[in-house]
Design a protein around this ligand. Structure first.
Ligand SMILES: [Zn+2]
Length: 341
């Protein structure tokens, strides 16, 4: 599995970054792949080589707004004992805290951050037949987890809706005042808080699966995401992005521990009774069934998800996508943010 960690490098590379852009522009104009042709610009040839390869060979790359300094594996030294990564040609030393890795594929350096792409050895998925069910929600707790084997439940991310409402109110009042730049800042802050929360929730879910020696079952919500009508609503857009992020975090953390993640058909998970299987009566957050079972609707759904055998593999193509990054020990999965398209 490939993960990318993002570290602040605390250096001013504006001169090199400017040269990097010149190299890309020159390369495209002259259609050259040779670093000798751009020697006059004065960037290290190892970096020029990478940039030419990326921008000249790849016809898809059209905009050269900000060109990063790309350092290939050969230009990177790692001292695992002291947790130091050295890039000799830039005289840059980075200290890292993230978990052990097999090798560094490359490092991309921008204005503030170094994005370190690492290969992590694949862990074999454990063979199990118990699953914990995870019900994701837009109201109440972000995730309700249930273990049908033991009957135990975990309610995670109570603050989710509160955070969303708080920032929505701030945004609304800024909008009225016409402070649009501030709105962008507020959106970014909310994204960071939600991201942090999703990291914590996904960590707890994967740890719970490990402790209970079980896999994880989630609803396949791709169908819901593709619904065009719902896409229009901002509230929905935010939730959809956050749902997807949580899913990606669960996936890569589970993969690192060899925990299986399975997606199931969501059609009946909230309507059926988790005790007898009949269609029950759901009213807001309460669930009642004629068999006498009464429970919180999300808890009932989580039990149904954990027990469900109606598997779906629609999301399978996503399991290898963790890319991009954030912060010290937390790789961030690249996701699609509907607000920014
Ligand atoms: Zn029932």
């Amino acid at each position: 599995m490939i993960l990318t960690y993002k570290l602040r490098h605390h250096r001013d590379f504006s001169d090199e970054l400017r040269k990097a852009k010149q190299v890309a522009e020159f390369g495209i104009k002259q259609k050259t792949l040779s670093s000798k042709d751009v020697k006059h610009i004065g960037l290290k040839s190892m970096i020029s080589n990478q940039i030419l390869r990326k921008y000249v060979k790849n016809k898809k790359v059209k905009s050269i707004k900000s060109v990063k300094l790309t350092i290939p594996n050969q230009g990177i030294k790692v001292e695992k004992r002291s947790r130091k990564i050295t890039i000799p040609c830039l005289k840059l030393i980075l200290e890292y805290q993230f978990p052990d890795f097999e090798k560094i594929n490359q490092i991309e350096i921008g204005k503030e951050f170094a994005c370190i792409s690492v290969t992590i050895p694949d862990v074999e998925t454990k063979k199990i037949d118990n699953y914990i069910g995870v019900d994701r929600n837009t109201t109440g707790h972000i995730a309700v987890v249930a273990n049908p084997e033991t009957g135990k439940i975990w309610k995670l991310g109570k603050k989710g809706l509160h955070i969303h409402n708080k920032y929505k109110n701030i945004r609304t009042s800024l909008q009225k005042k016409g402070k649009y730049r501030k709105i962008k800042q507020i959106k970014d802050r909310e994204s960071r808080i939600v991201k942090d929360l999703n990291h914590k929730i996904s960590r707890k879910i994967v740890d719970t699966a490990v402790k209970n020696n079980s896999g994880i079952k989630l609803e396949d919500l791709t169908g819901i995401r593709d619904n065009k009508k719902q896409k229009k609503s901002f509230r929905y857009a935010l939730n959809s992005w956050s749902f997807y992020q949580l899913q990606m975090f669960i996936e890569y953390k589970a993969k690192m521990q060899g925990v299986e993640v399975v997606y199931i058909d969501p059609r009946y998970t909230s309507k059926s009774c988790s005790r007898c299987g009949l269609i029950g009566n759901r009213n807001g957050k309460s669930f009642k069934c004629i068999c006498g079972y009464v429970d919180h609707a999300d808890v009932n759904a989580a039990f149904n998800i954990g027990r469900s055998t109606k598997e779906r593999d629609l999301v399978e193509g996503n399991t290898d996508t963790p890319k991009a990054a954030l912060g010290s020990a937390k790789p961030m999965v690249q996701y699609h943010h509907p607000d920014r398209t």
